[in-house]
Design a binder for this molecule. Structure first.
Ligand code: NAP
Length: 253
């Protein structure tokens, strides 16, 4: 899992799972650019990682907006050269009501949780094709396979991420570009903490009791799988969806 010589771009990297991927990829020798809309957090994080000797750089990048992605891509390529590894991690939750949700809200949500994967891929693929090498990892979710009430339409977007992963895996495989998905289960990040704090103590207890390992994942446990998929150690893994949920998907009830 050595990423020396690779330029990795991680979206939504200022906190949570993305931040753990940035750190893990940089610790394994990659030059890592990461984007987010949380600019202060992102810049602070980049400063702290640089202080510990890691080769990282922050850029503002709103993944729902193609122009913003193109701007960010231009900046990071000027800084570190072509992107060899892309991690589409930025995402938000959605707890909409199917009747109340507006078309604008739907479009905004899907632009971040699904369309963004295409936005970033469009930017990095030409150079990857020319180089005849590249690796893309899309962060989906166990919600792509099973979901729970009041999460509309998160499961649809994450299922779409896995579908896009398959499309890219087949279309770009001939250029030696591998595309895979990682589907985390409950992972201890700000998004999970916000959700956990919003539910009743009974629901909190139930969500922990149903975990086969009796705990949630740490972001670093997702990051290590992503780093593996980025690296040449995963040279024959393409079009896969790696579930990293501590076994939750094996549970019937
Ligand atoms: P997080 O802690 O909220 O971090 C995500 C980061 O992405 C935040 O800084 C967020 O900013 C940023 N972001 C939001 N919209 C963006 C945009 N348009 N452009 C660029 N950055 C944007 O979330 P996380 O828990 O690490 O989740 C990371 C990914 O894993 C997401 O795709 C999520 O769906 C998926 N996932 C998470 C879990 C889990 O249990 N944590 C489980 C399965 C899948 P804001 O704070 O302003 O939103």
């Amino acid at each position: 899992m050595n990423l020396t010589g690779m330029h990795i771009f991680v979206t939504g990297g200022a906190q949570g799972i993305g931040a753990a991927i940035v750190k893990d990829a940089a610790e394994r020798g990659g030059r890592v650019s990461f984007g987010d809309i949380q600019d202060e957090l992102g810049k602070d994080y980049a400063r702290s990682l640089k202080k510990s000797g890691l080769d990282v750089s922050y850029v503002h990048c709103d993944v729902g907006n193609l122009e913003s992605v193109q701007e960010a891509h231009k900046e990071i390529v000027a800084n570190y050269g072509m992107v060899n590894g892309l991690v589409n991690n930025a995402g938000v939750n959605s707890n909409a009501d199917p009747v109340e949700m507006t078309t604008e809200e739907w479009d905004y949500f899907f632009s971040i949780d699904l369309k963004s994967v295409w936005h970033t891929a469009r930017c990095v693929l030409p150079a990857m094709r020319e180089a005849k090498k590249g690796s893309i990892v899309n962060i989906a979710s166990i919600h792509a396979r099973m979901t729970f009430p009041k999460f509309f339409p998160y499961a649809a977007a994450k299922s779409g991420v896995i579908g896009l992963t398959r499309n890219l895996a087949l279309d770009e495989g001939e250029h030696n570009i591998r595309t895979n998905a990682v589907s985390p289960g409950y992972t201890e990040t700000p998004i999970l903490t916000a959700w956990f704090n919003s539910v009743t103590p009974d629901q909190q207890k139930l969500s922990l009791d149903t975990q086969p390992l009796k705990r949630f994942a740490q972001p670093s446990e997702i990051a290590q799988v992503v780093t593996f998929l980025l690296s040449d150690a995963a040279s024959f893994v393409n079009g896969a969806d790696w579930i990293v949920d501590g076994g939750l998907h094996a549970r019937f009830a």
